[in-house]
Design a protein around this ligand. Structure first.
Ligand SMILES: [Zn+2]
Ligand SMILES: [Zn+2]
Length: 102
């Protein structure tokens, strides 16, 4: 699975890799990696499914998922957490919550 970056905190999952517009990426690389919105110390490398919001690190996103909390941006319920490579926009790992809240 691949991702397309809509904004610094919003991704969309796609099945085919879309090459980013390289002219825009050049000289703008440092601003694409930001600190986690929650802990402010780790690099943000995770995307919440299904809403597609990111901007948080894998530790914080898994904590949200496991504690049954909602997306920090849009308050949608979280089904999965994708760990991504933010430079390549590729999904590295998927975390799914196992105990369903009824
Ligand atoms: Zn964090
Ligand atoms: Zn969201």
């Amino acid at each position: 699975m691949f991702l397309t970056k809509i904004s610094s905190t919003f991704y969309k999952t796609i099945n085919q890799k879309i090459h980013p517009q390289e002219s825009e990426e050049k000289g703008n690389n440092n601003s694409s990696i930001k600190d986690c919105l929650i802990c402010c110390s780790n690099v943000c490398d995770s995307v919440l499914v299904p809403c597609g919001h990111g901007g948080i690190c894998n530790d914080c996103s898994i904590k949200l998922l496991e504690s049954g909390k909602d997306c920090h941006i849009c308050r949608s319920s979280i089904e999965k957490v994708l760990k991504i490579n933010s430079k390549e926009n590729v999904v590295i790992n998927t975390t799914v919550v196992e105990n369903e809240i009824s």
